[in-house]
Design a binder for this molecule. Structure first.
Ligand code: COA
Length: 171
C-alpha cells in the first residue's frame, strides 16, 4: 500500500458552544468535547484508511482550559502514525476569542482507531510518512503511547513493551 501524509487525513470541525452543551459553570461539558473529538478523529482515520474505522481507545485527554458558552471551537484531527490495522489520531482543540478572533489552544487528545472490514475484523491500513517537525515528533512518540495503551488494557505484557522499558533503563 502506498504511504500517505498526515495532511491527507487532516480534518477540521468548527462549531459554537450552545447552552445545552454546558455545565452549571456555563463551560463546555467534557463529554460533549469528547464526542466532538471522536467525530473529527473518526473522519481523519477514515480519510487515511478509506475503511470503516472504530474507536479502540482514548489514550490521552487534557482538559486544560474551560471553554465558555458561546465560544467558537475548532477541533483539528490528523493521523499521526499508522501501524498494521490501527492508527493513532492526534487532536488539537482551538478556541477563538470572541472579540479579537485570536486562536488559543484549549485542549488536546490522542485516540486510537482500528480499520475494520464489513464483518468488523481488523484490516490493514496504508503506512504514513510524517513531513513537518511536529508530525515527526508525534510519529516518533506514537509507538511508546501504543505500547502504554496496550499494557493498560492488559493486551501486552509490560516485559514486552520495549519502548517503555527504554525510557527507564540506561543500557
Ligand atoms: C477495536 C477492535 C476492532 C480491536 O479488535 P481486536 O480483536 O482486539 O483486534 P487486535 O487484537 O488484532 O487489534 C487490532 C489493532 O488494534 C490495536 N489495539 C487494540 N486495542 C488497543 C488499545 N487498547 N490501545 C491501542 N491499540 C489497541 C492492536 O494493537 C492492533 O493494532 P495493529 O494491528 O496496528 O498492530 C475491537 O476491540 C472492537 O471492535 N472494539 C469495539 C470498537 C467500538 O465499538 N468502538 C466504539 C466504542 S462505543
Amino acid at each position: 500500500m502506498q504511504a500517505k501524509k498526515p495532511s491527507e487525513s487532516r480534518t477540521t470541525m468548527t462549531d459554537l458552544v450552545l447552552p445545552s452543551e454546558t455545565n452549571p459553570l456555563n463551560n463546555l461539558f467534557g463529554g460533549e468535547l469528547l464526542a466532538r473529538m471522536d467525530r473529527a478523529a473518526s473522519i481523519a482515520a477514515r480519510r487515511h484508511s478509506r475503511r470503516i474505522t472504530v474507536t479502540a481507545s482514548v489514550n490521552h485527554v487534557a482538559f486544560n482550559h474551560p471553554v465558555p458558552l458561546g465560544s467558537v471551537l475548532t477541533v483539528e484531527a490528523a493521523v499521526s502514525r499508522a501501524f498494521k490495522t490501527s492508527m493513532e489520531v492526534y487532536i488539537d482543540v482551538w478556541m477563538e476569542d470572541r472579540f479579537t478572533g485570536e486562536r488559543s489552544k484549549a485542549n488536546e487528545a490522542i485516540y486510537t482507531f482500528v480499520a475494520v472490514d464489513d464483518a468488523g475484523r481488523p484490516t490493514e491500513v496504508p503506512p504514513i510518512t510524517p513531513e513537518s517537525t511536529l508530525e515527526i515528533e508525534r510519529f516518533d512518540a506514537a509507538l511508546r503511547r501504543k505500547q502504554l495503551s496496550l499494557v493498560l488494557a492488559n493486551k501486552m505484557k509490560p516485559s514486552e513493551a520495549t519502548e517503555l522499558k527504554a525510557l527507564f533503563t540506561t543500557s
